[in-house]
Design a protein. Structure first.
Length: 114
């Protein structure tokens, strides 16, 4: 499985996970600029959530969350602020990270308010 396929599979797993947790999915793969793309935008009750999903087929090349760099985080923050300008009704917001490890068994880790 190539990286794009692995990433898409992980995002689909994360979407299903969030739905089961009661999140309302607003948008997926939202582009704000060529530098800023957010995997999932959702509502957790009254809180707007920008979720970054990182997927690995195994831990051979490290754990998924290691791939969220400071630069990536800052780009997500910029996108969040742009989204809030377009949608000022949201007063509470946060950035979450979702780690998907496919093998040896499916493992999902959800870090809130990173």
């Amino acid at each position: 499985m190539d990286n794009v396929t692995t990433g898409r599979k992980g995002e689909q797993i994360a979407l299903e996970y969030l739905k089961k947790q009661g999140f309302k999915i607003l948008e997926t793969n939202k582009h704000f600029s060529r530098f800023c793309e957010v995997d999932i935008i959702a509502l957790d009750r009254d809180t707007l959530v920008f979720a970054e999903v990182k997927t690995r087929s195994s831990e051979r090349y490290g754990i998924p969350l290691e791939a969220i760099t400071k630069e990536k985080y800052n780009n997500i923050r910029k996108g969040l602020y742009m989204y809030l300008q377009e949608n000022p009704k949201y007063k509470k917001y946060r950035i979450d990270a979702i780690s998907i490890l496919l093998k040896p068994k499916l493992e999902i880790k959800h870090l809130k308010n990173i």
